[in-house]
Design a protein around this ligand. Structure first.
Ligand code: SF4
Length: 194
């Protein structure tokens, strides 16, 4: 029997930000606008890769560990795949780390992305992954998140919502918080917003 429709972990983050973004990406592939923030983010992530290789682990509350960069992970059972910016391994535990070029505290959508990685890692390693980090590039700081059972269940429910949207080819309404549209790479296509 075929497994669930394959999704990327990044889809969870995007869907939590605005469901319509995922609709565009899968059902109406359009030339998205590369924002200044995206360009900065890419070059800064490369810089952070280099710096992280030399850094100690205190930002993550760990005395030591092993870093794996840009690790591709997937689970056919969950129908999820992704590439983790950095994975820290320590005494049999794993901590996914996502690099973000964003100011202020990470948003809930970033936590769902970490939950997606944690769910895949749990499926691979058969152990619970209960903590993940968002590394805030501008602030040069790591924020820890408890990846609870409830959050993981919500992430899985969101994945099923996305699959439903893809099957029904249903275009979701525009996001309520229109501030989110200002920096959106799909803003040119949302005629009902702009
Ligand atoms: S412009 Fe706004 S409504 Fe349209 S996809 Fe982007 S965030 Fe969603």
């Amino acid at each position: 029997m075929a497994g669930p429709i394959s999704l990327r972990v990044a889809d969870l983050k995007q869907y939590a930000y605005c469901p319509r973004v995922v609709y565009y990406q899968y059902l109406m592939p359009v030339g998205k606008k590369t924002t200044f923030k995206m360009e900065c983010g890419k070059s800064e992530e490369l810089r952070i890769d280099r710096l992280e290789k030399r850094r100690k682990f205190h930002k993550y509350g760990l005395a030591e560990g092993k870093r794996l960069f840009h690790q591709g992970v997937s689970s056919d059972r969950l129908g999820l795949s992704g590439k983790i910016d950095m994975l820290i391994e320590k005494d049999g535990e794993c901590f996914p780390v996502d690099f973000k070029f964003t100011s202020g505290r990470p948003h809930k959508n970033h936590v769902y992305q970490l939950c997606g990685y944690a769910l895949i890692l749990e499926d691979i390693y058969k152990k619970e992954i209960s903590t993940g980090f968002v590394y805030l590039i501008p602030a040069d700081d790591a924020v820890a998140f408890d990846l609870t059972h409830t959050l993981k269940e919500q992430a899985l429910a969101m994945a099923n919502e996305i699959r439903g949207m893809l099957l029904e080819k249903y275009m979701p309404p525009a996001v309520e918080n229109r501030n989110k549209c200002i920096d959106c790479e799909y803003r040119n296509y949302c005629g009902d917003v702009f």
